[in-house]
Design a protein. Structure first.
Length: 135
């Protein structure tokens, strides 16, 4: 006689497999949470790094703006014009670095999907939740 297929298993066999199935589901949910937290920590780290680089570039902007003010007051036209151009470029670099940092912080602060999924699974096991209400 051939071994029973998944469709032909008895109720007792299915009930016997239930603890393993639930255990595997919980392990998979925990692994997914670990992966999501790792992803978020990575993007918070990248975002923090870009903010630090922007803060390192910021003193150069201040120094060039001071040099531009000095040259403008001294009325040395080519020198202050060059200093303002350099200041504009540094300001643009800072803006791009801050924007990249903000994008990475936003990626890292999205809610964990697997936590909501785990809550819904626990509600289903308890027999509670929005789907349980009868109208």
């Amino acid at each position: 006689m051939a071994a029973p297929t998944n469709d032909e298993r008895s109720l007792f066999t299915l009930i016997g497999e239930l603890p393993d199935t639930i255990s595997n589901l919980v392990r998979a949910e925990i692994d997914q949470i670990k992966a999501e937290v790792s992803y978020k920590v990575k993007h918070f780290g990248i975002g923090s790094g870009f903010f630090v680089v922007a803060l390192v570039v910021l003193p150069f902007l201040i120094f060039t703006l001071l040099a531009a003010a000095i040259f403008a007051l001294a009325l040395v036209m080519p020198a202050w014009a060059a200093a303002l151009v350099v200041s504009g470029v540094l300001l643009l670099i800072i803006a791009v670095l801050v924007w990249i940092g903000i994008v990475n912080f936003k990626r890292g602060s999205e809610p964990l999907e697997s936590v909501e999924s785990l809550k819904a699974d626990l509600d289903a096991l308890k027999g509670t939740g929005d789907y349980d209400r009868r109208y």
